[in-house]
Write a protein that binds this ligand. Structure first.
Ligand SMILES: Cc1ncc(COP(=O)(O)O)c(C=O)c1O
Ligand code: FES
Length: 402
């Protein structure tokens, strides 16, 4: 099956780069040794793992010894949060935000049931955090502050370093889910206050099921997986060598391409966004447009369902998304847009386009060409034609999801 779609859903996952495929294949065939083995055969493999670690460290401005390979973003987030709590058993308070990925949010909800208290910082209508709220929430009992670098749905980038200063003043551990930021904006751990940072391979043109967790030297870390002593005892289990080699290559390619491709993607993204909001009435960009990932746009088309737009785009061979991949299909409006307090009619009609270094101008042109007619057709069928609350109530609709 040859896939010829216009793929603008890169925040959900990315295509594996052919150069990445090429370097990983030998580790699925010839070099199948165990990196922990004493013999030379295993030794070759362990060397490849080390080189990959160095490449991932280089992408983050970190040291090789600060990188732990994981199975991806979810494991990294879970492991970081758990390690931070285990390192400070006397502290029982966590601060996070209402707009985190479920890998953090659902885990925090579970921790609440285990007796931890969790503060979920709110965001304003542009998706921005209030740093005063962070400051007033921080106390001596705060073990951990877990805040994402960039939001997967809107692309909003949080002022991570300003947040970090405040967190470190209070002596809490600062964990950052950077799954969407790595490879899209420069990140340098040398000049950062972040203690633990999480990235995932499949968002940067490596395969699914591989990721990395950065743990700053000196930060106490207890492994979530208990077993063999792999990865200096920080993550038990025989390493996913082909995945690790692939992640190393993907990281190397990001170092090479990041600056140039981010700039090109931003130009294309802006062109797409501008064209859509100019040609289509009653739509607006969601999120903080001045602090945003260069590849993401989330647009609310009032009075229609995002899923309907996606189905029609799909018929034209265009892949986009409404919010996050893991909750799509639920028809529940996004928790991120809800936290921003968007009106009901925008909440349901929001879709995300996310670009990557393979996105071409002609693909953007194609989307610009088909969208106005799609929206017009759906609006003609839609029962929602205004924000008038009494009208919505008459229709028996729920007004807000807050
Ligand atoms: C912000 C964020 N965190 C965590 C994850 C989970 O990563 P993974 O799919 O590698 O478990 C994702 C993936 O959608 C994400 O966007
Ligand atoms: S797991 Fe990817 S968006 Fe949720």
């Amino acid at each position: 099956m040859k896939n010829k779609c216009i793929y603008l859903d890169n925040n959900a996952t990315t295509k594996v780069d052919p150069e990445v495929v090429e370097v990983m294949v030998p580790y699925l065939s010839e070099y199948y040794g165990n990196p922990s083995s004493m013999h030379t055969f295993g030794g070759q493999v362990s060397k490849a793992v080390l080189q990959a670690r160095e490449k991932v460290a280089a992408l983050l401005g970190a040291k090789e010894s600060e990188i732990i390979f994981t199975s991806g973003g979810t494991e990294g987030d879970n492991a970081a949060i758990r390690a931070a709590l285990l390192a400070q058993p006397e502290k029982r308070h966590i601060i996070t935000t209402q707009v985190e990925h479920p890998a953090v949010l659902a885990f925090c909800k579970q921790l609440e049931k285990q007796g931890y208290s969790v503060t979920y910082l709110s965001v304003n209508s542009q998706g921005q955090l209030d740093l005063n709220q962070l400051e007033t929430s921080l106390n001596d009992n705060t073990a951990l502050v877990s805040i994402m670098y960039a939001n997967n749905e809107t692309g909003t980038v949080f002022p991570i370093e300003e947040i970090g200063v405040r967190v470190k003043e209070k002596g809490a551990i600062f964990h950052v889910d950077a799954v969407q930021a790595v490879g899209k904006i420069p990140i340098n751990m040398q000049t950062s206050n972040i203690d633990m940072l999480v990235m995932s391979g499949h968002k940067i043109h490596a395969p699914k099921g591989i990721g990395a967790l950065y743990v700053r030297r000196g930060v106490r870390f207890r492994s979530m997986l208990i077993g063999g002593g792999q990865q200096r005892g920080r993550r038990a289990g025989t390493e996913n060598v082909p995945g690790i080699v692939a992640l190393g290559k993907a990281a190397e390619l990001e170092v090479l391409h990041l600056e140039k491709t981010a700039a090109t993607q931003e130009i294309m993204r802006n062109r797409l966004e501008q064209a859509l909001i100019t040609k289509i009435p009653n739509c607006e960009v969601n999120g903080d447009v001045s602090n945003r990932l260069p590849n993401t746009t989330n647009i609310g088309f009032k009075y229609i369902e995002g899923e309907a737009i996606l189905l029609m785009l799909n018929q034209k061979g265009i892949c986009a998304s409404s919010g996050s991949a893991c909750s799509s299909g639920s028809l529940e409006p996004s928790h991120v847009l809800r936290a921003m307090g968007l009106p009901y009619t925008t909440l349901h009609g929001s879709i995300r386009f996310s670009l990557c270094r393979y996105t071409e101008e002609a693909e953007i042109d194609a989307v610009i060409q088909v969208m106005p007619a799609i929206i017009e057709r759906l609006r003609a069928l839609s029962p929602f034609k205004s924000d008038d609350a009494s009208w919505l109530q008459e229709q028996g609709q729920v007004l807000t999801h807050n």
